[in-house]
Design a protein around this ligand. Structure first.
Ligand SMILES: Cc1cc2nc3c(=O)[nH]c(=O)nc-3n(C[C@H](O)[C@H](O)[C@H](O)COP(=O)(O)OP(=O)(O)OC[C@H]3O[C@@H](n4cnc5c(N)ncnc54)[C@H](O)[C@@H]3O)c2cc1C
Ligand code: SF4
Length: 520
């Protein structure tokens, strides 16, 4: 009888994995902490603590269920410190003839596994609603492959928020109800505080010793490291935040990091929660009258729609996708992305929250730090490395399409129909940052002018050839063209001088791609 080693990766901590269901009684289940996975980009220390602590807790859960578990700790003397080499060492030590593993979330790892030969056997990652093959079928032969079309098909296929074949509430999309800016009298729910047990404390000490030089603090660590804690977060979100999730989905606050967001991405991405149970809990809240349809539809759209869609795009388009740079952006990262030392209040607050929580919500990632990098011409590789490193939920299958495609438009509009570029006006409308800022959001030129304003026009002007054919950009190019020549010159001059005043990390050449990073 074959004896398999079942390798469980740090973002696959779910008892429902097919690979575990396949385990014969003699199987050895292995979980391996290795240095190579912890520092191929300088992951935020909170992200490393989360993954290592969750892995150690999960190993205990599997032992309690009767599995024979081998756990390779980071500081074990014989640890090979490389995931695949460590798995092969264990397979030899336990006399296993096969290594079974669930499809990883990164092309880099998949490619390495596939090169290893027939001893390795891949299993489907059934945690997703849509398999990679099904997404490929959906894509095939399509001229239009917008998220909205995919999402509607997924609603029909799963029956989520459907009534007699029609969308619940009579509409597929409630986005127009979901764009309220921040109101000053809002009260935000406080997330549950998770107890840190001995496992988490041990891991924290280990991470401080091995990865203490990475960007980010550990003091505020409050991530769910067990399924039980993740379920507490889910219940809290559904009861306290979901009802307002939709309305304030796009708002940004100078003081409040989370607003009504769920903070569930990390738990879903590492396997502590399944996207199915999360979407179903939201649907039940709506059915029981505990949350309005605009909130529940908006939330389900993020998971059943965007989350599944970006994963599909990632696996269809890799490895070439990672090398895309259609706007030919070459700059390195502004150095203050690693220090948060900037006078741009909105950017500073997003960076400080990132440093302190290993999290920033979607609009901060897209319209503040992402938008600023887009306007400055930061290279996709530089920005992707940063996003992959600093967010607790960052795994390449979801980070790359969001950063390279959605935020930087580096795929030429494959993922988004137009660049998400914006001036200070947008940030002022959606947030309360500008009143705390040293810059004046109403001014475009002059000493106190908000840099986003001139950078916005500079971006549009330098990419005119690529963007002017886009019918969604016609209006804005019309405004630019109608401006007086001397005003346009002054704006471009202002933006040029601002860019010159920044310090960027080393430039990225054409064709460079991720994982060239600097430690902090
Ligand atoms: C530049 C950039 C990089 C990003 N990188 C990541 C990443 O590495 N990992 C990650 O999980 N999300 C990423 N996102 C998407 C999104 O910002 C996060 O999922 C979200 O902020 C997580 O916080 P939350 O759980 O409170 O989300 P909520 O606002 O509560 O949303 C609910 C859930 O919907 C899903 N979701 C929402 N938006 C997206 C999206 N655009 N793509 C995929 N899933 C989505 C997430 O699972 C999230 O937990 C990125 C977005 C941008 C613009
Ligand atoms: S004025 Fe400009 S830089 Fe300052 S917070 Fe507002 S948008 Fe950001």
């Amino acid at each position: 009888m074959s004896k398999p080693l079942i390798l469980i990766l740090g973002d696959q901590l779910s008892e429902a994995l097919d690979v575990l269901a396949s385990a014969p009684p003699n199987a050895v289940v292995a979980l391996c902490e290795v240095k190579a996975e912890g520092d191929y980009v300088p992951h935020h220390p909170q992200k490393i603590v989360l993954i290592l602590s969750a892995m150690r807790h999960f190993a205990d859960t599997l032992r309690d269920k009767g599995y024979q578990v081998h756990y390779s700790a980071l500081d074990d003397d014989d640890n090979r410190q490389d995931l695949l080499e460590e798995a092969e060492r264990l397979a030899d030590a336990y006399g296993c003839d096969e290594i079974r593993v669930t499809h990883p979330g990164e092309w880099r790892l998949l490619e390495r596994i596939q090169r290893r030969g027939t001893r390795w056997r891949l299993f489907e990652d059934s945690r997703f609603y849509c398999s990679i093959a099904d997404f490929g079928e959906w894509l095939e032969g399509r001229k239009r492959f917008r998220m909205e079309d995919f999402y509607r098909q997924m609603r029909q296929r799963t029956g989520l928020l459907m009534e007699d074949g029609e969308p619940a509430g009579g509409q597929w999309n409630f986005d127009h109800d979901n764009r309220r800016p921040l109101d000053s009298d809002l009260v935000f729910p406080t997330p549950p505080r998770h107890r840190q047990d001995e496992i988490t404390r041990d891991v924290t000490t280990l991470v401080e010793a091995h990865f203490g030089d990475h960007f980010g603090t550990l003091e505020g660590f409050n991530w769910a490291v067990t399924r039980r804690q993740a379920l507490t977060d889910l219940r809290h979100f559904i009861a306290q935040a979901l009802p307002d999730f939709g309305t304030y989905q796009d708002a940004i606050s100078d003081s409040e990091p989370l607003l009504f967001h769920s903070r569930l991405s990390a738990s879903m991405n590492i396997g502590l929660l399944s996207p199915r149970e999360v979407c179903e809990a939201a649907q039940t809240a709506w059915q029981q009258g505990r949350a309005p349809i605009n909130a529940v539809e908006g939330f389900v759209r993020q998971i059943l729609g965007w989350r599944e869609y970006v994963r599909g795009i990632y696996w269809q388009r890799m490895p070439d996708y990672k090398r895309e740079n259609r706007l030919d952006a070459r700059r390195g990262l502004p150095d203050f992305y690693w220090t948060a030392e900037t006078d741009l209040r909105c950017v500073r607050r997003a960076l400080e929250m990132t440093r302190d929580n290993a999290h920033a919500h979607h609009i901060q990632r897209l319209m503040v730090t992402g938008n600023f990098a887009l306007l400055c011409g930061v290279a996709p590789a530089a920005l992707c490395d940063w996003y992959l490193a600093v967010y607790v939920d960052a795994f390449e299958w979801v980070e790359l399409p969001n950063t390279l495609g959605m935020t930087l438009y580096a795929d030429g509009g494959y993922l988004g129909s137009k660049p998400y570029c914006a001036s200070g006006k947008y940030i002022d409308r959606m947030s309360d940052h500008c009143r705390h800022c040293r810059y004046d959001v109403k001014q475009v030129t002059g000493e106190h002018a908000c840099p986003f304003n001139s950078l916005y026009w500079h971006f549009l002007d330098r990419h005119r050839e690529q963007l002017r054919g886009n019918h969604r950009m016609k209006l804005i190019y019309g405004s630019w063209d109608r401006m007086q020549e001397d005003k346009r010159t002054a704006i471009l001059d202002q933006a040029g001088k601002f860019i010159d005043s920044l310090t960027f990390e080393a430039a990225y050449g054409k064709g460079d791609h991720a994982n060239g990073y600097r430690r902090r």
